[in-house]
Ligand binder design. Structure first.
Ligand code: CP
Length: 336
C-alpha cells in the first residue's frame, strides 16, 4: 500500500484499491466530527496554506473547513493577482517559500500539471485541488465515497456499477479522475454522453477499456439513462476560446424531472460535482429535481469535507490518533 505520510496527492494514478479503501475508511471515521457530535484537535497548531488561483467554492472552503475541524489553522491566497506569481515568480520559488510557512498546502491552478510542478519545489505535502482540465483527485475520491454510500441501500457497490457520465467530458477534470479510479474496480459499465466535440479524451477511455470495462460513447440521452448513477457535468466555459463557442454546447443534455421519470430507474442516483449552471440557457440539472431523494448533489458536496479531513490526517500521519484528541462540543448545533 502507498505511504500517505509526507506524500503529495497530485493524481488518482497514485492510488490502488487498497489505498482508496484506506482513504474511504478514514473518511467515514471523520463523520462524527463533521456532524459536530464531538471535536477533534489532532492538528492543533498545524498550518494549511490554501492557494487557489482559479475560482472555487466547494474545494477551497471544504479544504479549509476540514483542516479547521481537525484543529488546524488555515491561511488563504485567492487569485493569482494577489500572489507574486503575477510579478513573474515561478511556481518552484513560490513553493519553496510557501512550504516554509506551512505543514501542508492545497492548490488549484488553471494550467494542466501546474500543481505537480509546484510540488517539486515544496518541502511539505501538496494536495491538488484541480489543475486545469487535467485532474481533480480529491473530487474523484469524494465521488467514490458518495457512490459507495448512495448505493449501499440497494446492496450495490463500486464493482458492477452502471454509471452515466454526461456533459462536457472533454474539459471536465472531475470525470477524467473519476473514470480512472473506476477503472480499478470490476465489471463497470460507463456510458459517456456528450456532444461529439466534447467527448472524453481517448486516454481516459482507453484506461477503462484496457481494464476490461464496458464503455459506450454516444450523443443521445434517450434509452441511455437506465443506470445506477448519472454523473452530470457543466459546460466548462472557462476552458473554451470564447463564450460564443461554449454557448454552442449549452443546454443540450438538460436533466429534469420529466427526463428522469421517462428514462431512469427508480433507484438512479443523480450526482454533479457542482457548481451546476442554473442559467436558463444551460440548466444542465433542473431545480425541479431538488426534492428528489435520489438527488445526491448536496450530500456529495458535504462528503468532500470528510474525504479532505481524511487526506490531511493521512498525509500528516495522525489518522490513528483521532480518538486521543477528542473533546465534547459545547455549543448549540442542529447538525445531529
Ligand atoms: N466541485 C468543485 O470543484 O467545485 P468548486 O469549483 O466550487 O471548488
Amino acid at each position: 500500500m502507498m505511504t500517505f505520510q509526507g506524500s503529495h496527492i497530485l493524481s488518482v494514478s497514485q492510488f490502488d484499491r487498497d489505498a482508496i479503501s484506506r482513504i474511504l475508511d478514514v473518511s467515514a471515521q471523520m463523520a462524527p466530527y463533521a456532524a459536530r457530535q464531538k471535536r477533534c484537535h489532532v492538528l492543533d497548531g498545524a498550518i494549511l496554506n490554501s492557494l487557489f488561483f482559479e475560482p472555487s467554492t466547494r474545494t477551497r472552503v471544504s479544504f479549509g473547513t476540514a483542516f479547521n475541524l481537525l484543529g488546524g489553522f488555515v491561511r488563504e491566497t485567492v487569485g493569482e493577482e494577489n500572489s507574486s506569481l503575477s510579478k513573474g515568480e515561478s511556481l518552484y520559488d513560490t513553493a519553496q517559500v510557501i512550504s516554509g510557512y506551512s505543514d501542508v498546502i492545497t492548490m488549484r491552478h488553471p494550467q494542466m500539471h501546474s500543481v505537480a510542478e509546484f510540488a517539486k519545489g515544496s518541502n511539505v505535502p501538496v494536495i491538488n485541488g484541480g489543475d486545469g482540465a487535467n485532474e481533480h483527485p480529491t473530487q474523484a475520491l469524494l465521488d467514490l465515497f458518495t457512490i459507495k454510500s448512495e448505493m449501499a441501500p440497494y446492496q450495490k457497490g463500486l464493482d458492477g456499477l452502471n454509471i452515466v457520465l454526461m456533459g462536457d467530458l472533454k474539459h471536465g477534470r472531475t470525470v477524467h479522475s473519476l473514470s480512472k479510479l473506476l477503472s480499478l474496480y470490476d465489471n463497470v459499465k460507463v456510458t459517456m454522453i456528450s456532444p461529439k466535440a466534447l467527448q472524453m479524451p481517448t486516454n481516459v477511455v482507453d484506461t477503462l477499456v484496457n481494464a476490461g470495462h464496458q464503455v459506450e460513447i454516444t450523443d443521445t440521452i434517450e434509452d441511455n439513462l437506465a443506470c445506477d448513477v448519472i454523473y452530470q457535468t457543466r459546460i466548462q466555459q472557462e476552458r473554451f476560446a470564447s463564450q460564443d463557442e461554449a454557448d454552442l454546447y449549452r443546454g443540450h443534455f438538460s436533466l429534469n424531472r420529466h427526463v428522469y421519470q421517462q428514462y431512469c430507474k427508480n433507484h438512479t442516483v443523480i450526482m454533479h460535482p457542482l457548481p451546476r449552471d442554473s442559467r436558463p440557457e444551460a440548466n444542465e440539472l433542473d431545480t425541479d429535481l431538488n426534492d428528489l431523494d435520489n438527488l445526491a448533489i448536496f450530500r456529495q458536496a458535504q462528503n468532500g469535507v470528510l474525504v479532505r479531513m481524511a487526506l490531511f490526517a493521512l498525509t500528516l500521519g495522525v489518522e490513528d490518533k483521532l480518538t486521543q484528541y477528542e473533546k465534547p462540543i459545547t455549543w448549540y448545533s442542529n447538525k445531529y
